[in-house]
Design a protein around this ligand. Sequence first.
Ligand SMILES: Nc1ncnc2c1ncn2[C@@H]1O[C@H](COP(=O)(O)OP(=O)(O)OP(=O)(O)O)[C@@H](O)[C@H]1O
Ligand SMILES: [Mg+2]
Ligand SMILES: [Zn+2]
Length: 337
Amino acid sequence: MNSYISKYLQREYDLKRQRAISEAEARKNGLLNRLPKYGELLTKKNTVAIDMAKTMLKGTDIDKQIAEDNLKIKLMEIDKQIEALFVSEGLPKDYLYPKFECSKCEDTGFIKLGNKESRCPCFTQKVVNITYKQNNMLRLEDENFNTFDIAYFSNKADKEKYQSDKSPLQNIEEIKKVAISFVDNMTNPCQKNLLFTGRAGTGKTFMSSAIAHSAVNKGYSVLYQTAPLLMDMIIEAKFSGYKDETKKEQYNRVFDVDLLIIDDLGTETLSNSKFTELFNIINTRLLKDKKTIISTNLTLQDLAVQYDDRVMSRLIGNYTICRFFGDDIRLKKKRMC
Ligand SMILES: Nc1ncnc2c1ncn2[C@@H]1O[C@H](COP(=O)(O)OP(=O)(O)OP(=O)(O)O)[C@@H](O)[C@H]1O
Ligand SMILES: [Mg+2]
Ligand SMILES: [Zn+2]
């Protein structure tokens, strides 16, 4: 991981966490000023704890046990009174807890797995987002499985028009199932990658975004890039001799990220070096068992003309091919406005 970006982000996390704690502290002080009763209950809690500690220091084992039981009961009673006070003031139960952005790592950037500490997925994804400034490229909040709208897909099959016995609706529902199962099996080596093919406006980028949204929520790192930008970036990183740290980081991400989405394959200008790089990306990710989604307007036949056998055999052998068809939703949406 790029150390400069990591350090920068870690500072942001430390500040964010500190801010959440200070705000919780400020809410507590505000409450103490506004509700003297709350202060009294807190003092009572302290007094009970001190009294009990004294008894426990002096007494026999039986005394200690009784003291401990008493302490628990008394503290629970006070907690109930505090809870009742919060309810009567219309305050939520967690009013005094710090509001962390990430509940998994409480904004530390680290999580514990057994006795091992590792980076929280929220942190890893932020590094990806920073290195690619890709936040606005996929509209994860607008295009996901919750906003998926089947109303855009006709339920009328038209073999002549779509070269399929299925209706666009039936087809997209099947692809959606494939997509959901894909995210559920992201780390399964038997799970194939996905190739989305279809005309403009049939929902390929939307489906990729929905998968990305779901994968990010499950803690996977995701990188989205259109084929032309991806190829330019790869070639640039090579030309710079990988000396530029950010470019090197960007380059490595393409091979390391859990899910790589290459959109609009076939729109990049063609050159031999780009073919080589495309093959390298597809092949290395297959070997590393990292999942990839490729979208294209080209048909399989077009792809076979444009790319060589080594790319094609990998696409056909290791990718589930999903053909999108139906009316151009972009046009449908325009007409509806
Ligand atoms: N399942 C869906 N639910 C709601 N809106 C959708 C859905 N699928 C696509 N859309 C909308 O339709 C429009 C076109 O979809 P999208 O961009 O995914 O098409 P595309 O197949 O990627 O087209 P292109 O090949 O031109 O890139 C977008 O505005 C998108 O938000
Ligand atoms: Mg698209
Ligand atoms: Zn986190």
